[in-house]
Design a protein around this ligand. Structure first.
Ligand code: SAH
Length: 384
């Protein structure tokens, strides 16, 4: 296994990204299995975790912070946990290697194009982050330059030179973020070349992914995750399905050929626009997507007496909320498939659902984030 290589990662101490780096991969899987058993075993049977065959360089999205070091040299990498000091990282064992190389190339090109890196101490300069997203199935690459202002005098020659150096880049976007805080991307955007998004293929469907839309970061394991979710759903073609927290519509679209109709709800408007485009891109006519809070939408459904036969929910780490779960209990779909990236909030939400009349049939952990402590689970619940 990759134990030696992982232990030789030079960034371990300062980075903090790979919390399980000291363990060989098999032992990481065992540890995650035990953790899920501890937290969720009381609700129902936990199946053996689905691990990854080649658990390195799986991240299809890489974000690098740019800064000046003490000697005013340009560095790029990740923020040290709990601080704004940038740990220089040129290559990482879990990140996509193409994305890492592009970031290093961009850094080396900056002086020639008179591009200044934003310096938090003095508040001067321009470039803050570079985000690279690569479609593993299509090879398409999107580069997002995050800067404090839209003024970019050397834009044309820079983009031309970058694409000559890295012909695999299919699109470059300038994102403006002049706010302080943990959020990398601002709300304003300008497409500098290409379409402004990439496409990727998952479970036989093609998906458009815009810079600010959520997309699972480990596509190899995502196919296992979605296949498990659709398999747990056990659809027969007659069902009305709700895909809550649907992102760019990936789960709903993957399940659509086995359902009568799919309705997706998602807060991020860019992601909803992608989801609508994705249904069209795949010639799918039984999926509808709407922008809004999942809890509010579920409440409305319950109030209108609409009863989906099945609900997929895939909330962020914080889990679902009271509003969503209580309306879900009122709408009382026969089956619920809960996809979760945090077993602790999953346990909290399962307690509400089991108290409200659901039984947990099975829980499938999937290792979406090798070498890190994070655990993904798919859970099937049925109405008692
Ligand atoms: N199912 C998708 C996305 C999962 S990530 C996939 O597999 O790719 C969780 C999604 O929930 C994100 O797209 C986020 O924008 C969305 N979200 C967060 N809070 C929400 C809320 N209150 N209502 C609806 N969607 C929400």
């Amino acid at each position: 296994m990759d134990e030696q290589r992982i232990q030789s990662c030079p960034h371990t101490k300062k980075c903090g990204g790979c919390q399980l780096q000291h363990l060989p991969y098999e032992r990481q899987l065992n540890q995650k299995q035990r953790r899920v058993q501890e937290l969720l075993g009381g609700f129902g049977p936990v199946l053996p975790i689905l691990g990854m065959e080649e658990p390195t360089h799986y991240r299809n999205k890489v974000t690098a912070a740019f800064a000046l070091d003490r000697n005013r040299r340009i560095v790029s990498g990740i923020y040290q946990p709990g601080s704004h000091a940038v740990v220089p990282v040129d290559s990482c064992l879990i990140e996509d290697e193409t994305a890492d190389r592009i970031i290093v190339d961009i850094r080396s090109m900056l002086p020639d194009f008179k591009i200044k890196v934003f310096d938090e101490r003095s508040g001067t300069g321009w470039l803050r982050h570079v985000l690279v997203r690569r479609g593993f199935a299509t090879g398409e690459v999107l580069v997002v330059l995050v800067a404090v202002s839209p003024i970019f005098p050397t834009q044309k020659p820079f983009v031309k030179a970058l694409r000559e150096k890295r012909p695999e880049i299919t699109s470059v976007v300038l994102n403006i973020n002049d706010r302080f805080g943990p959020v990398v991307l601002g709300t304003r955007e300008k497409v500098l070349c290409g379409e402004g998004y990439i496409e990727d293929v998952l479970c036989g469907h093609r998906f458009r992914i815009s810079p600010r839309s959520f997309y699972q970061i480990n596509p190899v394991q995502t196919e296992k995750l979605y296949r498990t979710a659709v398999d747990f759903a056990g659809l027969t073609g007659t069902e009305t399905v709700l895909d809550a927290y649907c992102g760019i519509g990936t789960i709903g679209i993957t399940a659509s050929d086995r359902a009568k109709q799919v309705i997706g709800v998602e807060l991020n408007r860019d992601a909803v626009a992608d989801a609508i485009a994705n249904a069209r891109l795949n010639g799918i006519k039984n999926c509808w997507f709407t922008a809004g809070d999942a809890g509010e939408y579920m409440e409305q459904m319950a109030r209108d007496g609409m009863r989906p036969d099945l609900v997929f929910l895939d909330p962020p780490r914080a889990g679902s909320d009271e509003r969503f779960l209580s309306s879900l209990l009122r709408a009382a779909p026969k089956k619920v498939v809960y996809v979760s990236c945090d077993p602790e909030t999953l346990a909290r939400d399962l307690a509400v659902l089991t108290k409200g009349g659901y039984r947990v049939q099975k829980i499938q952990p999937v290792d979406m984030f090798p070498y890190t402590k994070h655990i993904e689970c798919v859970c099937l619940l049925t109405l008692r």
